[in-house]
Design a binder for this molecule. Structure first.
Ligand code: C5P
Length: 219
């Protein structure tokens, strides 16, 4: 392990999308690349932390030098996160599917020639961030994300309280910002102290600044 301010600390990072099966060969997904979560895991590693990186099926390779746990569904991610605790800090950057398919087929769904399309039923997935924040094994510092398209600070401030995390990194993902799928991010750090607007910068630099703040908070 690298020497650094997070030496001896264990940090859990979630990243990437989740895939929710429709049947054995089909799934519902989202457009998360895992770029910001991967950069955060690398930045924490560079400060000496032992990092457990729980990742959904992202297009980007996980960073070197972290403990990678690969999952597919939100339910698997929830289990992997519980298994990774205890941790000194948790950064939940994954784009977890809000719903899974409740009537997923055990076999590939077939056209039956009637012209009738199947109907999918959805069930709500566990909120992993809220569980970690409110659970018995709560890390000292829990950081969540909020991707918003309007009233960013108000929505993220409410989200911080609802989920019970310490910090929320909120960003405006309206198409005009070019942030989603881009290399830069413009975030607001919401904490008990209020909202702190960071200048627009590379996602790798957001990761470095966040890792430094985590190191300072853990002391
Ligand atoms: O409620 P919303 O999805 O906007 O909250 C985003 C934050 O909550 C992110 O930190 C995300 O990783 C986390 N989350 C979670 N489990 C869910 C949904 C969101 O951990 N089921």
């Amino acid at each position: 392990l690298t020497d650094g301010p997070l030496k001896g600390r264990h940090v859990l990072v979630t990243s990437g999308p989740t895939h929710e099966p429709i049947d054995p060969v089909r799934y519902i997904a989202n457009r998360s690349s895992g770029a910001q979560g991967t950069a955060i895991a690398a930045a924490l590693r560079d400060l000496g932390a032992r990092v457990t990186f729980v990742t959904g099926p992202a297009s980007l390779a996980p960073p070197e030098g972290v403990d990678v746990v690969r999952v597919e569904t939100a339910a698997e991610m929830a289990d992997a996160v519980q298994a990774a605790l205890p941790a000194d800090a948790a950064v939940m950057a994954a784009a977890v599917a809000d719903w899974r398919v409740a009537n997923a087929g055990a076999q590939k769904m077939k056209k039956d020639g009637s012209g009738q399309a199947p109907a999918l039923l959805f069930a709500e997935n566990p909120d992993i961030l809220a569980r970690v924040s409110k659970g018995a094994n709560r890390p000292q510092l829990v950081v969540g994300f909020a991707a918003e398209t309007e009233t960013v600070v108000a929505h993220a401030t409410a989200k911080r309280l609802r989920k019970g995390c310490d910090w929320i990194l909120a960003n405006d993902v309206s198409p005009a910002t070019g942030i989603m799928g881009g290399t830069e991010n413009a975030v607001v750090l919401i904490s008990e102290a209020g909202a702190e607007t960071w200048p627009r910068m590379a996602k790798a630099e957001v990761a470095r600044q966040l890792a430094a703040r985590i190191a300072a908070a853990l002391g």
